[in-house]
Design a protein around this ligand. Structure first.
Ligand code: SF4
Ligand code: SF4
Length: 467
């Protein structure tokens, strides 16, 4: 749909012109309310990521993508590949929620909750612990390599690799039980494939969060490319108040006439907002696609404003329309209502599907080589292969029986072990002196409290010849 020009956000594209290519950004860490908010969001998320993988009930993990057994363990529920629509519903719910958040608050997901950002901040903090503050690191870069500098670098890279390895082991623990994984590594019994996977993922994490950091956000993340489509001129974005800040200039005592034509604006041109920016941009150049709305520049600039006795908020979350009008941005817009509707529909459909999901998937195949066999005692038998997968942790075995005709005899294991091994089990169903025809029969599978039935048929010689 075509948007009116006033509703579009003029975003500067990501280009080489902002000088990021080939330049290492030494991010200066800052403090402030948004950095506290980031900690408030990222620490619980980190605790969840590193802790959830160890959680289990009666030996069953709370969350496990169990590909070999074709199931997902999700907080006591087992999802099969027959429940893909539930996963799709969960993804649609997540995506529409993300669109909703983006339309209201811009790229706060990127700035506050994205794993790439959280890990990047961890790696930057390690860099500061080992090599000192950003200005010192920048100066050190020009200096020759001394023993002390080399030692600090070795410690930094070792810590980075340690975090990357712990991250990889934890991530892998969501795909194979973490206790088995750690036991295999501890006893040096891990397969070559597993070790290769761990090495590759550790290197990728180390490179992503340690070496190329913002390049991922700028060049590899698809979300940064289509974010502008989701936002409108009412969306809040980290913005510089040029009317108040310009013309920028060196510090002068705060004056009531500061905004008069010809006098200096509130921006003291200290450049600290650029130094704290993890993507290395200058927010004073206007809205940019490279800005991840992390709000580090807001915290840094607020500190400068306080020190220079100016009102805070020179950089703040503001809507594009506020540049032209004093009106606060409208919260509810038609598209936002659409996102809410999609979220609610997807969420309730997913909940319904979850409540009504299949606990047992049974496949019954007839033996194609021998549709029926007659025996000298007058009985006719059919041959079947049965496979069953359980997606209920309490359903580990079941009793098998057959009904539908008088005198039916089932030959084969009466108790079916539900170990999700993917193995087929052979059964034979016989009937003494059948009346003829293709007779309907029912296979019944039951545990102590529940019964599942699957229809099938018994082909007798007469019936088969008649068909
Ligand atoms: S931190 Fe604030 S005062 Fe300093 S350069 Fe940036 S906008 Fe101007
Ligand atoms: S401009 Fe500000 S909000 Fe945007 S990425 Fe840089 S520091 Fe974060």
């Amino acid at each position: 749909m075509h948007q009116s020009p006033s509703a579009q956000i003029p975003l500067r594209p990501i280009t080489d012109s902002h000088g990021l290519e080939g330049r290492k950004i030494h991010v200066r860490l800052t403090e402030g309310r948004f950095q506290n908010l980031r900690r408030l969001i990222s620490w619980p998320l980190l605790a969840l990521f590193f802790g959830l993988v160890w959680m289990q009930s009666n030996g069953t993990p709370w969350l496990l993508f169990d590909f070999p057994q074709r199931r997902i363990l999700l907080f006591g529920t087992h999802l099969s590949w027959y429940d893909l629509h539930i996963l799709t519903g969960l993804m649609i719910t997540g995506a529409s929620l993300l669109f909703f958040v983006s339309m209201v608050w811009g790229r706060v997901w990127c700035g506050f909750a994205c794993p790439q950002t959280i890990w990047t901040w961890i790696f930057i903090r390690i860099e500061q612990w080992t090599e000192g503050r950003a200005a010192l690191r920048q100066r050190q870069e020009q200096m020759p390599l001394t023993r002390a500098k080399l030692a600090r670098r070795i410690v930094k890279h070792t810590l980075w690799m340690t975090v990357a390895l712990l991250t990889t082991i934890t991530f892998t623990g969501y795909f194979m039980p973490i206790r088995n994984l750690v036991a295999q590594l501890a006893s040096a019994e891990a397969s070559t494939t597993l070790v290769g996977w761990l090495v590759c993922m550790t290197l990728l994490t180390y490179i992503n969060a340690g070496l190329i950091r913002e390049k991922i956000c700028l060049h590899a993340c698809p979300y940064s490319r289509f974010q502008a489509v989701m936002m409108d001129d009412q969306s809040l974005k980290v913005s510089y108040n040029a009317e108040r800040g310009e013309p920028r200039g060196a510090i002068k005592p705060y004056s009531a006439t500061k905004l008069e034509k010809g006098t200096t604006g509130d921006c003291v041109d200290c450049n600290i907002c650029v130094q704290v920016c993890p993507t290395g941009i200058d927010i004073r150049d206007g809205l940019q696609a490279a800005c991840i709305d992390c709000a580090a520049c807001i915290d840094a600039c607020d500190q400068v404003m306080l020190k220079t006795h100016r009102p805070t908020g020179l950089i703040s979350f503001a809507a594009a329309q506020q540049q032209h009008s004093q009106q606060p941005p409208r919260f509810w817009r038609p598209r936002l209502l659409g996102y809410v509707a999609v979220t609610l529909i997807a969420f309730s459909s997913t909940g319904y599907a979850l409540v009504n999901k299949k606990d047992l998937v049974v496949e019954i195949r007839r033996d194609r080589d021998s549709l029926f066999r007659e025996f000298s005692d007058g009985s006719v038998c059919n041959f079947y292969q049965i496979k069953a997968d359980s997606f209920d942790p309490t359903l580990t075995q079941m009793h098998v029986s057959v009904s539908g005709q008088d005198g039916l005899v089932l030959q084969g294991p009466e108790t079916f072990q539900l170990d999700n091994s993917g193995e087929w089990t052979a059964y034979r169903v016989c009937l003494m002196e059948p009346a003829g025809g293709v007779l309907p029969i029912t296979f019944n599978f039951s545990d102590q409290t529940r019964t599942w039935s699957r229809s099938s048929s018994l082909i007798t010689n007469t019936g088969y010849q008649q068909r």
